[in-house]
Write a new protein. Structure first.
Length: 385
């Protein structure tokens, strides 16, 4: 009996051991399975994070392409390649390393010889083809995402006060001498023929127009032409009271010619309408321009603008201070518009001083050419890939 009991007891112990072992195996298998599931989940999360990151990078490269084209540092048919540009694009201290796998290829619809929108007009003949197609691709940890974006060009937006000459100071002192000047709000093309736009006023002032009218003599009243009869002077309240300063600060970074408190009298050209060369010029401080000078584009003066002798400018002029057009030889001619701030505190309170042969003429053609020239690209549509 005793032997049989011992035998049964040994058998039970064996069963219990087998059961425990089996349990351990099952539990271990379950744990291993869970670990596998967790690894897969983590892998998927990582993959998703890399995909999201590479998509963001591909997207921001579209914006980067627009910014670089606008800055003139990337051609309209250019390319971006972080992996071989010799730059540390992600700022991690290493140049052109494995995670700088970002590229973009640009193709301009305006120079591809194709009628991209099928309207019968091709490239430069078609205003709708001022579009750049950008293909971007970014890879993070082996996960690549690609995008196609379209950069659409829009003309530069600039304020349009109602007058060829805008005076921002409601108490502006305006001095016109003689009878050889003309301020016209009637649209004139650059070839001298009448332009298509409705007339502006000759002068717009941020206040009561009689303040200007009373400063014109009887023989001078018909020298200020445009909308509303002679003299053509109106009141204009700008939506942004600081627009002159704001335009100057917004466009200054784009100036290709900069004067810093230039004490001489500048006699060169700041752009040339005849050759289609439009320039943004910035003067920090008063700018004096003399015989034979002029230009085309946008002239930004943080100070006074003083002009003597022959001078010919096409486009927009923004001046924070006063404008003085001295007499003497030659014609001083502006075709475009001029906005005068008059916030410079100096001895004289005369905001606009005109002497001799001066023509300040509205030209919608000139202004449109300038706005088109300095238009910028922005991302207008994005598709995947
Ligand atoms: Ca780097
Ligand atoms: Ca790089
Ligand atoms: Ca077309
Ligand atoms: Ca085309």
């Amino acid at each position: 009996m005793g032997g049989m009991e011992r035998g049964r007891a040994a058998g039970e112990r064996g069963s219990i051991m087998a059961f425990l072992l089996l349990t351990i195996v099952v539990v271990a298998g379950g744990v291993a399975g869970l670990l596998t599931v967790e690894r897969v989940r983590q892998g998927r999360v990582l993959e998703q994070a890399r995909a999201k990151r590479s998509l963001q990078l591909a997207e921001s490269t579209l914006d980067e392409a627009a910014v670089l084209v606008n800055a003139g540092t990337l051609g309209e048919n250019g390319a971006i390649d972080w992996s071989g540009d010799g730059l540390d694009n992600d700022g991690d201290g290493t140049v052109d390393e494995a995670d700088e796998q970002v590229s973009a290829t640009l193709v301009s619809w305006a120079s591809d010889g194709i009628d991209n929108d099928g309207d019968g007009m091709t490239d430069a003949a078609d205003n709708n083809e001022t579009v750049i197609r950008v293909r971007t691709s970014a890879a993070i940890g082996g996960v690549t995402r690609a995008l196609t974006g379209w950069l659409q060009r829009s003309p530069l937006t600039l304020p349009d006060p109602d007058g060829t000459v805008y005076l921002d100071d409601p108490n502006a002192d305006v001095t016109f001498q003689g009878n050889a000047f003309e301020v016209s709000g009637n649209d004139q093309n650059l070839d001298g023929t009448p332009g298509p736009a409705s007339p502006l006023y000759g002068i717009a002032i941020n206040g009561d127009p009689t303040a200007v009218v009373t400063q014109l003599s009887a023989t001078q009243q018909d020298n200020v032409t445009g909308q509303g009869g002679l003299p053509s002077v109106t009141s204009y309240t700008p939506p942004d009271p600081d627009f002159i300063e704001n335009v100057i600060s917004a466009l200054s970074p784009r100036a290709s010619v900069v004067f810093n408190n230039y004490t001489g009298v500048y006699t060169g050209m700041l752009g040339n309408e005849a050759t289609g060369n439009y320039v943004i010029t910035k003067s920090n401080g008063t700018l004096q321009m003399g015989g034979g000078s002029g230009g085309a584009g946008i002239l930004l003066v943080d100070g006074d603008l003083v002009i003597s002798g022959g001078w010919d400018y096409v486009g927009y002029i923004f001046v924070t201070g006063r404008v003085v057009m001295n007499g003497g030889a030659g014609t001083r001619r502006l075709r475009g518009t001029i906005c005068i701030g008059g916030d410079v505190i100096q001895g004289s309170t005369v905001l606009l001083w005109v002497n001799g042969t001066v023509d300040l003429l509205y030209s919608s053609e000139a202004l449109s050419l300038v706005r088109e020239t300095f238009g910028t690209y922005a991302v207008s549509a994005v598709t995947e890939p």
